[in-house]
Write a protein that binds this ligand. Structure first.
Ligand SMILES: [Zn+2]
Length: 247
């Protein structure tokens, strides 16, 4: 009977003490806890080092991103520091009748192709009809009536490329003015040569053959001799009007 009472009283008290100890975290002095070092395996296993990359395997190179395409409209223009001059205000070109100082006769008709024969005394001044650059000069007369080659029929001749973009051509000259060479710049009314009878004008009344065409090579005689009928422009220039065949 006493033994049963002992267990009924003592055991619950012991359990309470044990539970209180656990909740406080205190370690009973009598607990045999092995030192920390004893709990770890000794020696420590080596930490696996990083696996070296194979030297034969190249490092993956970064794929370059495509550079953004620059759009001309998206790129802001740098601020302009110099004023841009207006480009659409060309000076009005002036024109001059191509023969000076002589009585001249010419008509609207020309044989075979557009051009004008301006009949005038030998030695009349042949003038640049407008400003431009000398394109072609022939100072020798190699025309032979036996062959009558079309490229030789002009005799002495001068052509300029006007600032209006057209080619102006005068042939059958007796003389080319000094200093008139390809590349030389001339102004309207500047002396290019003297009229004459060279080329196949040898047996005709003296005249200046005057042709207007687009720019061409000197040997392109079919174009250089004339493409645009000059008559109405010659009339205008004689009246003092600067009417352009380029319009
Ligand atoms: Zn002619």
């Amino acid at each position: 009977m006493m033994r049963i009472r002992y267990f009924l009283v003592v055991l619950p008290v012991a359990l309470l003490i044990a539970l209180a100890g656990c909740s406080s975290g205190a370690v009973p002095a009598s607990a045999e806890i092995p030192p920390l070092s004893a709990t770890l395996p000794s020696p420590l296993p080596p930490i696996p080092s990083a696996v070296p990359l194979s030297p034969t395997r190249p490092l993956p190179t970064a794929i370059p991103l495509p550079s953004p395409t620059l759009s001309p409209t998206s790129t802001p223009l740098p601020p302009s520091t110099t004023p841009v001059p207006a480009t659409s205000t060309p000076e009005a070109l002036t024109y001059a009748f191509p023969v000076r100082g002589a009585r001249v006769e010419y008509g609207a008709y020309h044989h075979d192709y557009p051009a004008t024969d301006i009949f005038c005394p030998i030695g009349s001044a042949f003038l640049a009809p407008t400003s431009g650059v000398v394109d072609y000069v022939s100072r020798i007369d190699i025309w032979d009536p036996a062959t009558n080659l079309p490229q030789d029929r002009s005799g002495l001749a001068v052509a300029i490329i006007g600032d209006d973009g057209l080619r102006y051509y005068g042939s059958h000259l007796s003389e080319v003015a000094e200093g008139i060479e390809p590349g030389v710049r001339v102004i309207a009314g500047q002396l290019l040569g003297l009229t004459g009878k060279s080329g196949n004008a040898r047996s005709t009344p003296p005249h200046l053959h005057f042709g207007i065409s687009h720019p061409t090579t000197p040997d392109d005689w079919a174009v250089r001799r004339g493409e645009i009928p000059p008559f109405e422009y010659l009339k205008a220039w004689q009246r003092g009007e600067s009417r352009s065949p380029a319009q």
